[in-house]
Design a protein around this ligand. Structure first.
Ligand SMILES: C[S@@+](CC[C@H](N)C(=O)[O-])C[C@H]1O[C@@H](n2cnc3c(N)ncnc32)[C@H](O)[C@@H]1O
Length: 229
């Protein structure tokens, strides 16, 4: 089984411990709010996982619909948000079981990028199907937002590999998205915890790098692509 699929099926709590340490400076929410005001909006969060985006939006009186392919991730999201959890939909973002025009804003955070590794030559087609579903789900005048990594433990923000670079170029050059980059560093509190949690998700090379640098704070860059069709 693919490394990431295994995590999403069986290690949702550990995944959440990793992402809960990210964005220590709180740069994400202001960046999203600068694209479009979020308060009071109906938001569709695709590949919602354990609820990073719904947790970010807590207190903004948004109505969130969270979609994810892996049941264990949604179970963890319910645990994290308790009574504040919105509607959880166990589904594939490439075929949304939702009516058109359901959301003011459609967000997909760190999810679509996986397609470049999972669907070999067909990934562009799968990305385009997902973007079409995002457009279909959007109310007129709404906004689409895609977040993806621009590098973990990297000095500068650059796409981490060639397929992701191609996917980001597709968003910008063919699909009409605008891009910005924000720093979303992790702070794990200790080097040991940083090595453990980054290693679990990103692999042994990352563990070695964290230990070599003595990092408890690990640099991370996030690309934010947005479009208001
Ligand atoms: C890196 S996690 C991101 C989760 C969350 N958005 C966050 O920011 O932490 C990727 C998520 O995308 C979900 N996912 C991947 N492919 C999907 C698909 N085709 N349909 C729905 N969810 C998918 C995975 O199950 C996983 O929860």
């Amino acid at each position: 089984m693919d490394h990431f699929v295994k995590i999403y099926k069986t290690q949702a709590a550990a995944y959440h411990a990793l992402i809960a340490a990210e964005d220590v400076d709180g740069n994400l929410l202001p960046a999203l709010q600068a694209i479009t005001p979020l308060a009071g909006k109906r938001i569709l969060d695709l590949g919602s996982g354990t609820g990073r985006i719904p947790l970010l939006l807590r207190g903004l009186d948004c109505q969130v619909i969270s979609v994810d392919l892996h049941h264990a991730m949604l179970v963890e999201q319910r645990k994290q948000l308790l009574s504040q959890a919105g509607r959880l939909v166990h589904a594939d973002v490439r075929r949304l079981p939702l009516d058109g025009g359901v959301a003011d804003i459609v967000i997909a955070g760190w999810a679509i990028g996986h397609f470049t590794g999972w669907y070999s030559q067909a990934w562009k087609h799968e990305v385009q199907k997902t973007i079409s579903e995002m457009e279909r789900a959007l109310k007129p005048g709404g906004a689409m937002i895609i977040l993806e990594t621009m590098g973990t433990a990297a000095e500068k923000a650059v796409p981490p590999n060639a397929p992701l670079a191609e996917y980001y170029a597709l968003l910008e050059n063919e699909l009409g998205f605008s891009k910005q980059v924000v720093a979303t560093d992790y702070d794990f509190g200790s080097m040991e915890r940083a090595a453990e949690l980054t290693g679990f998700f990103f692999g042994d090379e990352m563990t070695d790098k964290v230990k070599r640098n003595g990092w408890s704070r690990v640099p991370e860059w996030t690309g934010i692509w947005s479009k208001q069709p």
